[in-house]
Design a protein. Structure first.
Length: 412
């Protein structure tokens, strides 16, 4: 089986995901995807007619984000028509899954050069989801009864309650995320992979992170009201179904302690990212220098009712596939969908906190759902190089109770 080499990675800045407030909110999602595809082409002098496939992650495939966004973004980027593309949805895990599939196609020997990535314009969510079902099951009442799936924020609060993780610990982690993100931005840790976004008329739309709040303090975090208590009890249909009742269907004695809020949950943002992968043979023949290789990858499912707990078993699974131990990993990226996801990950695996999300995470920088996984792989790549480290593990929770994972090894 062939290796899959990562040649390059880039991403846009993340803009606040709100129409009228975010710098990227007026950009078409195809154009946002085209921005990173153009950057990969120009940075690496890609022969786009030789790109075997583009694997793209977009979770909400509605409205402007529908219609195989990966293919439309490639056409918008001026890629040769022979460079095919597909778009997938593994909810929040889409961006890691796109990398894993692109790598697997190379490792199988079926393809030589692929691109992985993702786009999510969360500023579009309000207009795209009007009239839609509030349930993950999209109205399948039988599935709702058998596999209840609440709102993710309610799940986060339920997990924190079950694990006896206090709000203070979650707020402390949120503060660290802001502090690390601020230090990383000021230290230029993201500069290698960051590409600016321009409007159609050529004027600059955004060239820096828009979401971080470096002024955050523990006092400020402690003053924020919980975000998901009212949502938990809102009646969603004529039968009086609530998200709390969906949790209680599986955990009838649980009294949920609502501890998550805007400060210790992931930010709503717009963004896109892309990675260039190639086989060793193709890379050598075309003068491409590898930055990393894919060591192992996996997918994992867990409880759809708690929804956010699959990253720990995913990490264990991908380590087993790589025949590695937790001690072999130099750095970890675990998406901060909610503070409890990262806190539980650190506690369950007994990790050194100085190795986890060292440049901050989604609580500070935001979580453009379908793109985040690809962003994290690129962030990991840059940080392994910056610190002169060897192995990095990236994973994240996804709706439905899933988690993809990947281990990469720095090569230069």
């Amino acid at each position: 089986m062939s290796d899959a080499w990562i040649i390059d990675a880039c991403r846009t800045p993340r803009g606040i995901g709100k129409v009228g407030k975010g710098a990227l909110a007026e950009i078409h999602p195809q154009q946002l995807g085209a921005t990173v595809l153009k950057a990969l082409k120009e940075r690496n002098d890609i022969k786009t007619e030789e790109v075997d496939d583009i694997i793209w992650g977009t979770s909400s495939q509605k409205g402007p984000q529908s219609g195989d966004l990966g293919r439309m973004a490639a056409l918008d980027a001026g890629y040769d028509v022979r460079s095919s593309a597909m778009t997938l949805d593994r909810f929040c895990g889409s961006g890691i899954t796109s990398v894993n599939i692109a790598a697997a196609n190379i490792m199988s020997g079926m393809e030589d050069m692929t691109i992985a990535g993702g786009t999510e314009m969360m500023s579009l969510f309000g207009s795209m989801n009007k009239g839609g079902s509030p349930f993950m099951d999209n109205g399948n009442k039988r599935l709702r009864h058998e596999r209840p799936q609440p709102h993710q924020g309610v799940c986060a609060d339920a997990i924190a309650t079950l694990e006896n993780i206090p709000r203070e610990a979650l707020d402390e982690l949120a503060l660290v995320s802001q502090q690390r993100a601020d230090a990383a931005i000021k230290g230029g840790h993201f500069d290698k992979g960051l590409v600016p976004v321009y409007h159609e008329d050529g004027t600059l739309a955004l060239d820096k992170e828009e979401f971080p709040r470096p002024q955050t303090t523990m006092e400020g975090l402690s003053s924020l009201a919980p975000s998901f208590e009212a949502i938990a009890d809102f009646e969603l249909d004529e039968e009086g179904t609530t998200f709390r009742k969906l949790v209680l269907a599986k955990y009838p004695d649980l009294k949920i302690n609502h501890v998550h809020h805007a400060g210790n949950s992931s930010g709503v943002v717009d963004g896109a990212a892309a990675l260039l992968l190639a086989s060793p043979e193709y890379a050598k023949a075309n003068g491409m220098k590898p930055r990393a290789r894919i060591v192992a990858m996996c997918n994992m499912g867990d409880s759809p009712t708690l929804m956010l707990n699959a990253p720990v078993p995913a990490a264990k699974k991908v380590l087993a596939k790589a025949n590695m131990k937790i001690e072999d990993i130099d750095l970890f990226e675990i998406n901060e969908a909610f503070s409890v996801v990262t806190e539980k990950f650190i506690r369950d695996l007994d990790l050194d906190r100085e190795k986890v999300n060292v440049n901050g995470g989604a609580m500070a920088l935001g979580h453009p759902i379908g793109a985040t996984g690809s962003i994290l792989v690129g962030t990991m790549l840059d940080e392994l190089e910056r610190q002169d480290k060897q192995f990095g593990l990236v994973t994240m929770c996804a709706a439905g109770g899933m988690a993809p994972a990947v281990i990469i090894e720095r090569m230069n």
